[in-house]
Every structure is written in structure tokens, then in C-alpha cells.
Design a protein around this ligand. Structure first.
Ligand code: CO
Length: 133
């Protein structure tokens, strides 16, 4: 079921500063910010040879990232994203195994592909995003 590690997402308190750090200090390719109002986030992809880093910054009212930053003022790792070949088949298998899905209706994520999030409780304490490959 599980495929490539698509990205590791990091919530940041200073988006411009984090972009500059990855671009100017670490020498990575850093994409332009994308605003995703239905997730309450602005995302920036940092392109690495074998995966990506997704910088997350609050957007709008009641952003889940704002709440995360209140608990973690310096920022921190927010989730990992694995690719799956067939997200509906993956959801069915996971639900049959008792893995909780936060919202079982896939939403269109930052890459224009369906995504769902799995509850951290069953996933080793880590929020997991699945993305249709
Ligand atoms: Co993500």
C-alpha cells in the first residue's frame, strides 16, 4: 500500500525566515508560497533530491497551524506524507484495521491530488497524511 515519502511537514513561526534558511543557507530549491484556505495554511515546498519538506504557516481564522504554534512556539514537525497508489483502497483497508481517519472524505491537497489524514494515536504519535500518487 505505502509508497514514497512525499514530504515531511514542518510548522514554522517565521515563513520568510525559514524559506531564506533553506534557500540561502542550505542551498535548496524553494518554491513560491501556495495558499490553501480550506486547510487554513500557506505551504511552501522545499525540493530535496529524494523527497520534499513542506513548510506550513497559518492562514486565516482558526488555522490548525496557529493552534500548533501556540503549543510549539518555535515550530516543529507537523506530519509526514506517504504516497499511496489508490487512496480509496487504502482508506478501506485502514478503516477495516481500526485506524482512525480524521476526515474520511479525501480533500484536494497542495499537489492537486486527494489527501486524507490519519489519527496520530494509531500511527506512533505522528500525524500521517496519505496522498494519491
Ligand atoms: Co502535507
Amino acid at each position: 500500500m505505502i509508497g514514497r515519502l512525499n514530504h515531511v511537514a514542518i510548522a514554522v513561526a517565521d515563513l520568510q525566515g525559514s524559506m531564506a534558511m533553506y534557500r540561502d543557507v542550505l542551498g535548496a530549491q524553494v518554491d513560491a508560497p501556495q495558499h490553501l484556505p480550506e486547510f487554513g495554511v500557506t505551504v511552501v515546498f522545499v525540493r530535496l533530491p529524494n523527497t520534499n519538506v513542506e513548510l506550513l504557516y497559518p492562514l486565516g481564522e482558526n488555522s490548525p497551524i496557529e493552534k500548533f504554534l501556540q503549543r510549539n512556539p518555535s515550530g516543529g514537525m507537523h506530519h509526514v506524507c506517504y504516497e499511496v497508489a489508490d487512496i480509496q483502497a487504502a482508506l478501506q483497508t485502514l478503516q477495516e484495521q481500526g485506524i482512525r481517519v480524521l476526515d474520511p472524505t479525501p480533500k484536494i491537497g497542495a499537489h492537486g491530488k486527494p489527501v486524507v489524514f490519519l489519527h496520530p494515536k494509531e500511527m506512533g504519535g505522528v500525524l500521517v497524511e496519505l496522498e494519491q500518487a
